[in-house]
Design a protein around this ligand. Structure first.
Ligand SMILES: [Zn+2]
Length: 75
């Protein structure tokens, strides 16, 4: 394989239309204070900040409440 100069490499990359990989959710700013934000913290393997922790708790409580309401109290 012939060695390419930086300029040639650059041209080649442009020619084949190589794009930078999309960052996906990891590159978006965290929506702190929301359940989504909490998920983003988890995804990045970092500790949740206080607003996100609270938001997640609220979300779980809501889901739990909805479930128990729906089942009419399964106890
Ligand atoms: Zn947060």
């Amino acid at each position: 394989m012939p060695e390419l100069t930086d300029a040639q490499l650059e041209k080649l990359i442009k020619d084949i239309g190589l794009k930078r990989p999309r960052g996906g959710s990891e590159r978006k700013p965290i929506a702190h204070g929301t359940y989504r934000g909490a998920r983003q913290h988890y995804y990045r393997k970092e500790p949740l900040c206080a607003p996100c922790r609270q938001a997640e708790r609220d979300y779980q409580n809501e889901r739990y409440a909805a479930r128990t309401r729906q089942s009419g109290g399964a106890r």
